[in-house]
Design a protein around this ligand. Structure first.
Ligand SMILES: [Zn+2]
Length: 308
């Protein structure tokens, strides 16, 4: 039985796991995510040491990672850009290390061990603070010419839309992520469209995504209307991806996937409405991710086995 080590670099912590070939968790450890590229490489080497012995090591990082394992940009991790994470770890540890985007790792995990086991054409969509993703097409992980495939959150849906941390405007994640839901709710409140959710003397800037989803769960019709607007934006991205890649399944992960039917119902309705020739084709399944917050680390661990 192999011991497959994987590390998922998050905004605040790095999670390391060792799993066996069947995906059973054998070991788990974590360290805080440091500031800066040199410190990140040192932390990853330390975590790898804690996970020994292992047969292979993979690492997932939220950012643009080249096919050679060079981290070009990581807007959500402080002080890190253009760091040759893979090459430097290979030198330091004396063995090969696979490095890829964290959304790609999550996609691999759900494809091999989670909600999409057995499927050949899937798109992972992680609806968190932003939107991450990964693409499996024709039973193969898609990395693109340079390793940058699957950055679905920065699909441009409105060139005049709100500013994105990536430096552009109107990326899909500005409309369909957790932070986008808060933004849509605050915008609705400022236009007087959120009756009964915010007290008359309440501060609009204090409205969180949870404020809105709680009110929608309780049946507040103006909250349900904002959630419908949000679901439409989620569907816009899913429709674009479907028109391009024709997946059999979307795996929805991240905090917002927990909205369940509150999101699933309206997003499916908008999907049917916006899809090209909806009546002439099977529609992709919308399923909820199974592996939770460990998906990135599990996917990193099995990454070396799918890059063949
Ligand atoms: Zn962007």
């Amino acid at each position: 039985m192999s011991r497959l080590a994987g590390i998922d670099v998050g905004g605040t912590k790095c999670l390391g796991v060792v799993i066996d070939d069947e995906g059973h968790l054998l070991q788990q450890t974590r360290l805080p995510t440091p500031y800066g590229g040199d410190a990140l490489v040192a932390t990853l080497a330390e975590l790898a040491g804690q996970l020994e012995p292992y047969d292979s090591l993979g690492i997932g990082i939220p950012g643009l990672v080249t096919n050679e394992g060079i981290l070009r940009a990581a807007p959500n991790i402080g002080g890190i850009a253009d760091t040759p994470v893979g090459p430097r770890l290979r030198e330091r540890l004396g063995h090969s290390v696979e490095v890829d985007n964290d959304g790609t790792c999550a996609a691999v995990a759900e494809w091999k061990l989670g909600a999409a086991r057995g499927a050949k054409d899937i798109i992972m969509v992680t609806l968190g603070t932003g939107i991450g993703g990964g693409i499996i097409a024709g039973n193969r992980l898609q990395r693109g010419a340079n390793g940058f495939a699957g950055e679905i959150g920065h699909m441009l849906v409105d060139p005049n839309g709100p500013d994105c941390p990536c430096g552009r405007r109107g990326c899909w994640e500005r409309f369909a992520s957790g932070s986008a839901l808060g933004w849509l709710a605050r915008r609705a409140a400022s236009e007087g469209r959120l009756a009964g959710v915010v007290p008359p003397d309440g501060d609009i800037h204090e409205i969180r995504p949870e404020t809105l989803t709680q009110a929608a769960r309780e049946g507040n019709s103006s909250a349900v209307a904002v959630l419908d607007e949000f679901a439409k934006w989620v569907a816009v991205g899913l429709v674009n991806l479907t028109n391009i890649l024709d997946p059999a399944m979307f795996v929805l992960g991240g905090g917002l996937a927990e909205l369940g039917s509150l999101l699933h119902g309206p997003a499916s309705r908008w999907f049917r409405e916006l899809l090209y020739q909806p009546h002439l084709r099977p529609h992709p399944q919308l399923v909820i991710a199974e592996l939770g917050e460990r998906a990135g680390a599990y996917g990193a661990a099995i990454l070396p086995t799918v890059h063949t």
